[in-house]
Design a protein around this ligand. Structure first.
Ligand SMILES: *Cc1c(COP(=O)(O)O)cnc(C)c1O
Length: 453
């Protein structure tokens, strides 16, 4: 009989009741849940005191390290004042101040903030807004959405409909909206034989065709700017976003930016759209918004969109959409602390320097490795696509679950990798330092060599 408080017993009790996200629970027979006790900076510690480097920022949301003293303090102060209040007709200082501050850093033209509580909800909100906007502008035929292949926008039915990854969506197809698919850029396996650093986005022709054919039925196009995260950290050039903006203007289609993964410095600029020097009509933000502390998301829109809903009540034009936890003050307090830390600690600039270091080190260690297909990077995000044969770019047999084997090995050594298929990636908190980078790369290499030789 194991001790009630033993590590193994906690694992057993977890499995008695908890259905973990995005998991085949049978896998937990061999890899039991890791019971985390506390976190500090880029580190997590389990109940046995074992240390893990959180190189994936706990699903890309932890922006400034775990248990950051300034964010902790901000939550503690807020919780003694106001934990939550209905957000219809009521408001509070943290939400108001947050919107004012975000206005200074988001792409220009975005001015109105609609709060929800997770990324998928922010995407749903953007789709409903775009649809209703078109209707109220006298364009009731514009009811459909365009999206990119290999896109990911969350797990709810609307968000899945504009997502295109079979892994998450295939089984639900009968439940989903009929969307228009554009072939996304695929820079590693470019069909045009170009390279992402100096191409003219020849691949935009697929988008161009879709606009020509379907724009009159299309309310909006949604895009993960520069980085298709879940697809395996696929990175494409800013020019594509510029072209998308031009096409949207030409064909009268709204442009929705899903900056849930890319926002708040992840790509080296505050937002991915900043690289392209253009603005979307609607922007979804979440994940890093609260530093990874609280579930909060915002759908931000232009005055033009907001004004299409603004009318006498009896005209029935209001956006009748709500979430119970809209504008939660604790989430806003976290987000305000994050903004303060960005300024005080020069986060963006410092992380850019570390980004150069991280990429150089990875290239040194793994650039010429026999199974490295490509190492691609943007900001601190670095992805290593492992393939059977780099010359032919032939992938490993997916049944051998190469990435998963490496994941398990790295955990043994104290690194939380969680690969996307056979793409191993680093997406660390922006505060990671050079020693920590060295340590993570070291473990990562050891795990890869253990599995692949
Ligand atoms: C994580 C993510 C979402 C969904 O956010 P959730 O909070 O998990 O619902 C949507 N889009 C992108 C690009 C994401 O990375």
């Amino acid at each position: 009989m194991s001790d009630f408080n033993s590590y193994e017993n906690w694992q057993e009790r977890d499995l008695n009741h908890i259905w973990h996200p995005c998991s085949q629970m049978k896998d937990y027979e061999t890899l039991k849940p890791i019971i985390i006790d506390h976190g500090k900076g880029i580190y997590l510690y389990d109940k046995n005191g074992k240390e893990y480097i959180d190189i994936v920022s706990s699903w890309w949301c932890n922006l400034l390290g775990h248990c950051h003293p300034k964010i902790n303090e901000s939550v503690k102060n807020q919780i003694d004042k106001l934990e939550h209040v209905i957000f219809a007709n009521f408001s509070h200082e943290p939400a108001i101040t947050l919107c004012e501050q975000l206005c200074e850093i988001i792409p220009k033209g975005l001015t109105k903030f609609n709060f929800s509580d997770n990324g998928s909800a922010a995407v749903e909100c953007s789709l409903k807004m775009a649809f209703q906007y078109q209707y109220q502008q006298g364009k009731p035929k514009k009811t459909r959405f365009m999206c990119l292949s290999d896109g990911y926008h969350g797990e709810t039915i609307g968000a899945l409909s504009v997502g295109t990854m079979d892994l998450y969506a295939k089984i639900y197809k009968p439940m989903l909206m009929d969307t228009i698919r554009i072939d996304a850029p695929d820079c590693y396996r470019c069909k045009y034989g170009k390279c992402r650093d100096n191409c003219n986005c020849e691949c935009f022709e697929s988008a161009e065709k879709s606009f020509e054919q379907f724009a009159d039925q299309t309310a909006a196009v949604i895009v993960e700017p520069l980085l298709q995260g879940s697809a395996g950290m696929k990175i494409y050039p800013p020019l594509y976003i510029k072209k998308l903006r031009q096409a949207c203007d030409k064909y009268d289609v709204l442009l929705i930016a899903d900056e849930i993964a890319t926002g708040f410095g992840r790509t080296g600029k505050m937002f991915a759209f900043d690289h392209a020097g253009v603005s979307p009509d609607i922007m979804c933000i979440s994940k890093g918004l609260t530093g990874g502390y609280m579930p909060m998301a915002i759908t931000v829109v232009t005055d033009e969109i907001y004004n299409a809903f603004y009318a006498d009540y009896n005209e029935g034009k209001a956006f009748m959409h709500s979430h119970t936890y809209s504008g939660n003050p604790l989430g806003c307090a976290c987000a305000l602390a994050v903004q303060q830390i960005f300024k005080e600690d020069n986060i963006l600039e410092n992380s850019q320097n570390r980004a150069i270091y991280l990429n150089q080190k990875l290239m040194e260690k793994l650039g010429d490795y026999k199974h490295t297909g490509e190492i691609r990077h943007i900001g601190l995000i670095n992805a290593i696509e492992l393939v059977e044969n780099p010359k032919t770019k032939q992938a490993f047999d997916s049944k051998s679950r190469t990435g998963y084997q490496i994941y398990k090995k790295a955990l043994e050594y104290g690194l939380l990798l969680r690969p996307l298929g056979d793409v191993i990636y680093f997406n660390p908190p922006l505060i990671i330092n050079e020693q920590e980078i060295d340590k993570a790369i070291d473990i990562c290499c050891r795990a890869i060599y253990d599995i692949l030789g």
